[in-house]
Design a protein around this ligand. Sequence first.
Ligand code: SF4
Length: 369
Amino acid sequence: MIPIAEPLLAWYTRHGRHDLPWRQTRDPYRLWLAEIMLQQTRVESVKPYYTRFLQALPDWRALAAAPQDQVLALWSGLGYYTRARNAQRAAQVVMAGFAGHFPDTLEKAVTLPGVGRSTAAAVLASAFGHRQAILDANARRVLIRSHAIAADPKATATQQWLWTLASALTPEDAHGYNQAIQDLGAMICTPRQPRCTDCPLASRCKAHAEGRSHALPVTVHRPPKPQRRAFFLLAADPEGRILLEKRPDSGIWGGLWCLPQAAPDSGELSNLCNDTLPPLEDTPAIRQFLQEAWSRRLRLDLRLTALGEEQQHVFTHFQLRFRCAHARVLGSAVADSAATLRWYRPADALAQGLPTPIRRILRNLGGGR
Ligand code: SF4
């Protein structure tokens, strides 16, 4: 085990990102929110969302009681929406089960929805001064390189070893150390271009000594992501409003407002679409099918006018390829009055909780319709 705490803390004092908004507080709610937002998301992307979210929902009570639509709208564009739904459920658990206070032990904290060991540890260390080790992506990379660990970083045994290492290396000042190792991973020991000459750990780093900084962590070949396909309906009524449909609470984009969707990989539509996953085709038969299927399901008199170019969106576990079907709604017909269907002016639609690709489509409105 290589002692890294001392040089790390000295470097952090001089070069750390002390001005980040979540570094100005010891409030568990604010620290926890930052940790949740920062999961798989860059600091610069999180900053404006963090500020807006706290202005609207400044504490556990406000978040627990907020309409889910408001929470999702505040999160809209940040991605990984399960985090938003879990965040609200966690706030409800904090209010109902912990009297409005973040749990003060690791065992209890990890029972909150969406709170893993590293998130819980980061909050406990910063809010309460507990000696708790973190192992987020930045900390993991620094440990792997400084100790030249060449095993698959996602393997269970490697994870266990890294947690043991992280716990042993974390000093009493876990609050400062955790922030220091996060900053070193984000600023110096970066994934693709580690700046070893500027690194306070260079003299003790095994990967650097062995000339393997760029080769670690090892990349384990994983099978390509499965692909899914979809058509989305961009229907405009005579007043220029757009029809949105609320997704079920569970599953992909759960609880978000979306354009009505048709999936070419199941049901009748699959008979019209080539199943070897070439680009989604634009044929008269497909257009007619979509027009009839959506007219029936949404109880609208629709006329498809165009199919947009194929677009892609990459999720953690699969890749979505989709085309947008532009349509006019004839007459004054309205959709089913079910709470899951609503007409929005484009500007109002953008204020809802929307999946990123749907937001992109609505922002680009103007052509093709
Ligand atoms: S010396 Fe290089 S590889 Fe080692 S911790 Fe520092 S930046 Fe990372």
